[in-house]
Write a protein that binds this ligand. Structure first.
Ligand code: PMP
Length: 358
């Protein structure tokens, strides 16, 4: 029951649903199964001892933005093209606040990152959802047609897409950017899982002044608990975002840790190859199971349909938690997403699936 003070239009609001369950085999939230290596934690510990907590953090997070720009290594791109946030979620929220009026329209695929819908509802903007086909992909012509028809102020794409793992071909994204420029549509490409497909379109911000690319330290960098994400765009858009943000949105500790993990990027990102090979191994086993329809993925998770009754609870009895989706529409009926874990966790999941479905 909500309070009498809540806005009327939020009465039927559906919040982002997550539960905290660190003691299970957690394959439900697309987290990285590996903690930071001890040597990185040691470095963080020693830098922490020197960190002044008495004073507010640098509101511009200048050093961290510089480190991110060097890490990206894109010609002509520097800290003026980067904004940081308390998770990339926060930056997405700022994009809604800074660029959308109540009557504006936002467009995104009907099976994509849930926060797209949450922010649309919270900010009270109108949304149009793009239908995915039976392969859970969107073809360029239907999305271009929708842009022509609706002329959205904001188009949100997640690449690779959460929860399906599909990645729109680069050429299609470029076509979309060209089309959307004609209508002054701002395009956000959420690359939260981009490191797992080893491709980023961040360099396109130099060619398209209507593009924002979002990235995060939560997945490939194993730092979901820290809350640190960033946006890459042109100088004007970054200035707009920074002008409306909370003054101290990224705390001193996160700013320091972000810089350190970038120094150790090679050792941290070396786990990606393993995660990708495990993803393919899980796909290979799931694809052979009766009752399971699994989709190829370029991320650190796999999306599948399974008609087994109470699958979620049955897996929980093995101590394994995966993500089940509320059947809000036809594409989410009997839909699950499993995150790639450590080898032994993946084995436990696969063996449990085989037992349950035998
Ligand atoms: N984008 C997508 C597609 C995600 O799946 C997530 C995390 N679930 C985020 C953004 C948010 O990342 P962060 O932890 O940086 O807020």
């Amino acid at each position: 029951m909500s309070s009498r003070f809540l806005r009327d239009d939020l009465a039927s609001f559906s919040p982002y649903s997550v539960t905290y369950s660190p003691d299970l085999i957690k394959l439900d939230a697309n987290e990285n199964p590996f903690e930071l290596p001890d040597e990185v934690k040691e470095k963080i510990r020693s830098e922490f001892m020197k960190l002044p907590l008495r004073i507010y953090p640098d509101p511009t997070a200048l050093k961290l933005r510089n480190s991110i720009a060097s890490f990206l290594g894109i010609d002509g791109l520097d800290e003026r093209h980067i904004a940081v946030g308390n998770g990339s979620d926060e930056i997405l929220q700022y994009i809604f606040i800074a660029f959308l009026d109540r009557d504006d329209l936002v467009m995104y695929p009907n099976l994509s990152f849930e926060m797209f819908s949450v922010f649309s509802q919270v900010t009270g903007v109108k949304d149009v959802k793009l239908d995915l086909n039976e392969l859970l992909e969107i073809d360029l012509s239907s999305i271009t047609k929708a842009i022509y028809t609706y002329r959205p102020k904001l188009l949100l794409l997640c690449r690779p897409n959460n929860p399906t793992g599909w990645s729109m071909p680069k050429e299609d994204v470029i076509m979309l950017l060209k089309q959307s420029q004609k209508f002054d549509t701002l395009v956000v490409i959420d690359e939260a899982y981009g490191e797992f497909m080893e491709e980023s379109l961040a360099y396109l911000v130099k060619d398209y002044d209507n593009l924002i690319v979002l990235k995060t330290f939560s997945k490939a960098f194993s730092l979901a608990g820290l809350r640190l994400g960033y946006a890459i765009s042109n100088e004007e858009i970054i200035k707009d975002l920074m002008s409306i943000k909370l003054p101290y949105n990224v705390n001193s500790f996160s700013q320091m840790v972000g810089r350190i993990v970038l120094e150790y990027k090679d050792v941290i990102l070396s786990k990606i190859r393993f995660i990708v090979s495990e993803r393919e191994r899980i796909y290979g086993r799931l694809v052979n199971l009766n009752k399971v329809k699994v989709f190829p993925s370029r991320a650190n998770f796999l999306f599948f349909y399974c008609e087994e009754k109470d699958l979620l609870d049955k897996l929980l009895s093995y101590g394994i938690k995966i993500r089940r989706f509320e059947p809000k529409h036809h594409l989410l009926k009997d839909a699950y997403r499993v995150t790639v874990g450590k080898k032994e966790e993946n084995d436990k999941f696969l063996n449990a699936m085989e037992e349950i479905l035998s």
